[in-house]
Design a protein around this ligand. Sequence first.
Ligand SMILES: *Cc1c(COP(=O)(O)O)cnc(C)c1O
Length: 225
Amino acid sequence: MQTSAASSLATIRERIARAKARFGPPPDRVRLVAVSKTFAAEEIEPFLGAGQRLFGENRVQEAKQKWPGLRARFTDIELHLIGPLQTNKAHEAVALFDVIETVDRDKIAIVLAEEMQRAGRQLPCFVQVNIGLEMQKAGVAPGETATFVARCRTEYGLNIVGLMCIPPDGMPPGPYFAQMVALGRAAGVAQLSMGMSSDFEIAIGMGATYIRVGSALFGCRPKTP
Ligand SMILES: *Cc1c(COP(=O)(O)O)cnc(C)c1O
């Protein structure tokens, strides 16, 4: 298991390196978020053993069961919340995660800011953008992104460092990624979390600084929650 985790990581790292070289962005700009949702602590451990420290989870409850134990043994883990957050889970999310990638509405921004202040933990946050304006997806509309980021910063006091998106299924992602670059610039954020197993090389080419890779590292999930 250790060997296969190491070789999956090596393969993805090599593909990242090749994509960076091909598109010529500044080196070390792209960070790999290993998306471990649905996989058990025992299945994550080999990836920690192979040196990966940055992980993404999409559910607070699931993360709560898996990560405190792993953190006890690996102290330098960085855990990102990449799934939707309900206000009643904000308290736990602030305690469990290091970065919140899914700030997508005023209500959650306000509650997160309160919880962070209470906990004395000012976490870096990303604003999720509904880049394809899809009914079923979370995120602020592209046209509202810059004002929402500004409001999160000045009114709520959140540390917004970047934008995150999941482009529509079955569409070429390039134009959406390009739009994210423009939105990031307009909003004054340095980080862009975009690109998953099927399109992370394209995202790197367009200017991603975080890519979120699940199945290409861990294998197929039973059923995507
Ligand atoms: C599951 C998930 C990913 C990883 O998807 P893969 O296609 O398995 O790489 C990335 N981002 C978010 C928000 C996810 O929920």
